[in-house]
Design a protein around this ligand. Sequence first.
Ligand SMILES: Cc1ncc(COP(=O)(O)O)c(C=O)c1O
Length: 458
Amino acid sequence: MSAATKQIRQILKGHRCLDIIGRTFVKSGANMSSEIEKKFALPRRFAGSEKSVWVEYIQLASEYNPLNLGQGFPDFPPPKYATDALAKVATGENYMIHQYTRGFGHPRLVAALAKLYSQLIGREINPQTEIVTTLGAYEALYSTITGHVDDGDEVIIIEPFFDCYEPMVKYAGGVPRFIPLRLKSEVKGRLPSSGDYVLDPNELESMFNTKTKIIILNTPNNPLGKVFTEKELVHIADLCKKWNVLCISDEVYEWLVFKPNKHIRIATLPGMWERTLTIGSAGKTFSLTGWKLGWVYGPANLMVNIQMIHQNSVYTGVTPIQEAAAIGFETELPRLGTDECYFISMPKELEKKRDYTVKFLSDVGMVPIVPEGGYFIIADWSPLESRVDINSEKDKYKDYRFTKWMTKNVGLQGIPPTAFYSVAHKPLAENTVRYCFMKKDENLAKAAEILNKWKNSK
Ligand SMILES: Cc1ncc(COP(=O)(O)O)c(C=O)c1O
């Protein structure tokens, strides 16, 4: 055998070998990957929360490039003093502002928050023990829910609800119990208002039992815009006291309330301070949602549970952002209640945007539910049903089909409100769409133009 042939055989042998090794590898790789899949699947307690309306609709917007009234943030600048403060903090001489700050809240910020809420609540709030600052109201909700819900605890959630409440309760081992706001009686001769949506008092009472640990309240409510009245809050408070239940009050839209409605902090009702944890957001307060700064305040004995979760999950918030937000509050504190105060001027501006949005939605034939607060509006699109080919979309719920069809064919994006309901109550919202009106006037005018053009094209 020539040296060359020997070499070729050697190579082929090598190839056979490689082939066998390769096949074995592929086979064991396949086993391995299914084993990996099995062992590293999403933990069971998170099951059911894989689908996110936000992920899906951001993707939809990037594909079809509609005018986006879906996402809940302003498309105009925040107050100048806030961005100036951040710039000054970032480039100032105090380089220690770029290092970790106190875990439970940057001292200058908790001092400002304590000053503000002591006035609003009518009792002295201790900045050291009665406030924790967090990474957005999201983390405030997470640390508050995780820090208080035990296995099997029942948590009452009022629908429609900010969509993370349900998964957060489940992650903590709790059992969500849902109660929807329902239209109290047929509305004739005017548009419905978010105030027409109420909890049935008997149904509410029937939700409470010895396993009830928490009720989550959101006033003003996202997405309906309902501002709970004193009477409604007193009923909730009485049930909380009767059944020894904690109230988590998500008040991120506390300043965005339209006249003549008034934001009432449930913590101020008799006997409620000791059983209420109230959540706020700098993102919503100063129109800068990207800062992701939130807080919780409440009695010290309940705050310790929140501190525990916070210290072991995020430990501390972003120092420069907290410093700049503190400057923001220090700017507003002396002018609280006056016309120059952003917390007064912003809702006035927003009310005009609300009215404009109500008008252009009505003009196209939808029936908007006029919100009393917040920056979202829900509208019934069913009068337009014959003009939309929603069945060309494949989703289970009609509002998903409607919003997708509108995004693709009309160029205006909203959010499907069934995302804010439990499975049992989704049918209540299938004929509706949610739009955000915290947008530049020119973009709201564009939305009006898009809808008007569509109306006239049919
Ligand atoms: C009702 C409600 N709670 C909490 C949050 C979260 O706020 P943040 O952006 O401060 O995390 C939002 C945000 O849209 C909200 O609408």
